[in-house]
Design a protein around this ligand. Structure first.
Ligand code: ZN
Length: 183
Protein backbone atom coordinates (compact mmCIF):
# COMPACT_ATOMS: atom_id res chain seq x y z
CA UNK A 1 0.00 0.00 0.00
CA UNK A 2 1.11 3.54 -0.62
CA UNK A 3 1.97 4.30 2.96
CA UNK A 4 4.50 1.48 3.10
CA UNK A 5 6.81 3.11 0.57
CA UNK A 6 9.33 4.54 2.96
CA UNK A 7 10.02 4.48 6.63
CA UNK A 8 10.33 8.23 6.59
CA UNK A 9 6.84 8.61 5.24
CA UNK A 10 5.62 6.18 7.81
CA UNK A 11 7.24 8.23 10.55
CA UNK A 12 5.66 11.41 9.32
CA UNK A 13 2.33 9.66 9.16
CA UNK A 14 2.76 8.68 12.77
CA UNK A 15 2.34 12.33 13.62
CA UNK A 16 -0.64 12.94 11.41
CA UNK A 17 -3.74 14.19 13.09
CA UNK A 18 -3.19 12.00 16.05
CA UNK A 19 -5.49 12.55 18.96
CA UNK A 20 -8.64 14.54 18.85
CA UNK A 21 -10.91 15.84 16.11
CA UNK A 22 -10.35 19.29 14.72
CA UNK A 23 -11.59 22.11 16.90
CA UNK A 24 -11.63 25.89 16.61
CA UNK A 25 -8.51 27.71 17.79
CA UNK A 26 -8.65 29.97 20.82
CA UNK A 27 -7.16 33.45 20.35
CA UNK A 28 -3.38 33.57 20.79
CA UNK A 29 -3.81 36.37 23.28
CA UNK A 30 -6.78 36.47 25.57
CA UNK A 31 -7.96 35.44 29.00
CA UNK A 32 -7.54 31.72 28.37
CA UNK A 33 -4.06 32.10 26.88
CA UNK A 34 -3.07 34.26 29.84
CA UNK A 35 -4.53 31.76 32.24
CA UNK A 36 -2.66 28.91 30.56
CA UNK A 37 0.57 30.89 30.86
CA UNK A 38 -0.06 31.40 34.56
CA UNK A 39 -0.30 27.64 35.11
CA UNK A 40 3.46 27.17 34.55
CA UNK A 41 3.11 23.72 33.04
CA UNK A 42 5.84 21.17 33.21
CA UNK A 43 6.79 19.22 30.11
CA UNK A 44 4.59 16.15 30.45
CA UNK A 45 7.20 13.54 29.53
CA UNK A 46 9.89 12.68 32.04
CA UNK A 47 13.41 13.67 31.08
CA UNK A 48 12.44 15.92 28.15
CA UNK A 49 14.04 19.36 28.27
CA UNK A 50 12.54 22.44 26.60
CA UNK A 51 15.28 22.42 23.94
CA UNK A 52 14.21 18.98 22.78
CA UNK A 53 10.67 20.08 21.90
CA UNK A 54 9.76 20.59 18.26
CA UNK A 55 6.99 22.87 17.14
CA UNK A 56 4.36 20.61 15.63
CA UNK A 57 1.41 22.83 16.50
CA UNK A 58 -0.33 24.09 13.41
CA UNK A 59 1.72 21.85 11.14
CA UNK A 60 -0.02 20.90 7.93
CA UNK A 61 -1.29 17.35 7.78
CA UNK A 62 -2.79 15.20 5.06
CA UNK A 63 -6.24 16.02 3.74
CA UNK A 64 -5.88 19.69 4.62
CA UNK A 65 -5.83 18.94 8.30
CA UNK A 66 -3.85 20.85 10.87
CA UNK A 67 -2.12 19.40 13.89
CA UNK A 68 -3.53 21.05 16.99
CA UNK A 69 -1.17 19.68 19.59
CA UNK A 70 2.47 19.17 20.41
CA UNK A 71 4.00 15.75 19.80
CA UNK A 72 6.70 14.90 22.29
CA UNK A 73 8.91 12.09 21.05
CA UNK A 74 10.19 9.60 23.62
CA UNK A 75 10.88 5.93 24.02
CA UNK A 76 7.98 3.63 24.69
CA UNK A 77 7.52 3.27 28.42
CA UNK A 78 8.84 6.72 29.36
CA UNK A 79 6.72 8.15 32.19
CA UNK A 80 4.02 10.62 31.17
CA UNK A 81 3.49 13.33 33.78
CA UNK A 82 0.60 15.58 34.65
CA UNK A 83 1.53 18.97 33.21
CA UNK A 84 -0.52 20.80 35.82
CA UNK A 85 -2.39 20.28 39.07
CA UNK A 86 -6.02 19.39 38.56
CA UNK A 87 -8.52 16.61 38.16
CA UNK A 88 -9.02 13.53 36.06
CA UNK A 89 -11.85 14.04 33.59
CA UNK A 90 -11.61 10.80 31.67
CA UNK A 91 -9.41 7.75 31.27
CA UNK A 92 -10.33 6.03 28.06
CA UNK A 93 -9.60 4.92 24.56
CA UNK A 94 -10.42 6.12 21.05
CA UNK A 95 -9.48 5.21 17.49
CA UNK A 96 -7.05 8.05 16.77
CA UNK A 97 -5.64 8.64 20.21
CA UNK A 98 -5.49 5.06 21.43
CA UNK A 99 -5.23 5.03 25.19
CA UNK A 100 -5.95 8.56 26.33
CA UNK A 101 -6.30 10.60 29.49
CA UNK A 102 -8.08 13.93 29.90
CA UNK A 103 -7.13 16.10 32.89
CA UNK A 104 -8.24 19.56 33.91
CA UNK A 105 -6.54 22.41 35.74
CA UNK A 106 -7.65 23.12 39.32
CA UNK A 107 -10.35 25.58 38.20
CA UNK A 108 -11.59 23.35 35.41
CA UNK A 109 -11.09 26.03 32.80
CA UNK A 110 -8.70 24.03 30.64
CA UNK A 111 -8.49 20.46 29.46
CA UNK A 112 -5.20 18.64 28.94
CA UNK A 113 -5.38 15.72 26.56
CA UNK A 114 -2.74 12.99 26.55
CA UNK A 115 -2.84 10.44 23.72
CA UNK A 116 -1.07 7.35 22.32
CA UNK A 117 -0.28 6.11 25.81
CA UNK A 118 1.15 2.65 26.23
CA UNK A 119 -0.26 2.41 29.74
CA UNK A 120 -2.60 4.46 31.90
CA UNK A 121 -1.79 4.53 35.59
CA UNK A 122 -3.66 1.80 37.36
CA UNK A 123 -6.43 3.11 39.57
CA UNK A 124 -6.61 6.52 37.88
CA UNK A 125 -10.29 7.46 37.85
CA UNK A 126 -12.52 10.35 36.88
CA UNK A 127 -12.60 12.89 39.69
CA UNK A 128 -9.18 11.98 41.11
CA UNK A 129 -6.92 14.89 41.98
CA UNK A 130 -3.54 15.03 40.30
CA UNK A 131 -0.52 17.15 41.03
CA UNK A 132 1.86 18.64 38.53
CA UNK A 133 4.54 16.05 37.81
CA UNK A 134 2.49 13.02 38.89
CA UNK A 135 2.98 9.97 36.73
CA UNK A 136 -0.24 9.24 34.89
CA UNK A 137 0.94 6.68 32.34
CA UNK A 138 3.65 5.88 29.86
CA UNK A 139 4.52 6.90 26.30
CA UNK A 140 3.47 4.53 23.56
CA UNK A 141 2.03 4.37 20.05
CA UNK A 142 -1.56 3.30 20.58
CA UNK A 143 -4.20 4.73 18.23
CA UNK A 144 -2.91 6.02 14.91
CA UNK A 145 0.73 6.46 15.96
CA UNK A 146 3.22 3.91 14.68
CA UNK A 147 5.72 1.69 16.37
CA UNK A 148 8.58 3.61 14.74
CA UNK A 149 7.60 6.84 16.42
CA UNK A 150 6.27 6.49 19.94
CA UNK A 151 5.30 9.89 21.29
CA UNK A 152 2.94 11.75 23.53
CA UNK A 153 0.32 13.82 21.73
CA UNK A 154 -0.33 16.65 24.16
CA UNK A 155 -3.22 18.98 23.49
CA UNK A 156 -4.70 21.84 25.48
CA UNK A 157 -8.14 23.31 25.02
CA UNK A 158 -10.71 25.39 26.79
CA UNK A 159 -13.32 23.44 28.67
CA UNK A 160 -16.30 23.17 26.34
CA UNK A 161 -19.92 23.26 27.48
CA UNK A 162 -20.78 20.53 30.01
CA UNK A 163 -22.33 18.15 27.51
CA UNK A 164 -19.40 18.53 25.09
CA UNK A 165 -16.56 19.60 27.34
CA UNK A 166 -14.00 17.89 25.10
CA UNK A 167 -14.74 20.17 22.14
CA UNK A 168 -13.49 23.53 23.41
CA UNK A 169 -11.24 25.87 21.44
CA UNK A 170 -7.63 24.76 21.23
CA UNK A 171 -4.62 26.58 22.65
CA UNK A 172 -0.97 26.11 21.69
CA UNK A 173 0.81 24.54 24.65
CA UNK A 174 4.34 24.93 23.28
CA UNK A 175 5.11 28.49 24.46
CA UNK A 176 4.11 27.34 27.93
CA UNK A 177 6.32 24.27 28.08
CA UNK A 178 9.39 25.85 29.56
CA UNK A 179 10.18 23.54 32.42
CA UNK A 180 11.20 19.91 32.48
CA UNK A 181 9.04 17.75 34.67
CA UNK A 182 9.89 14.86 36.92
CA UNK A 183 12.76 14.03 39.15
ZN1 ZN B 1 -0.02 14.58 17.68
Amino acid sequence: MWFRRTGLLLTSLALVACGAPRAPLAPREGPEAAYLRSRELVIPVKGVEPDALRDTFGAARSGGRVHQAVDIMAKKGTPVLAADDGYVLRVGRNDLGGKVIYLSDPKRRLVYYYAHLDTQRRGLREGNRVKRGDRIGTVGYTGNATKDAPHLHFQVFRMGPPERWWEGAVLDPLPNLLRAGGN
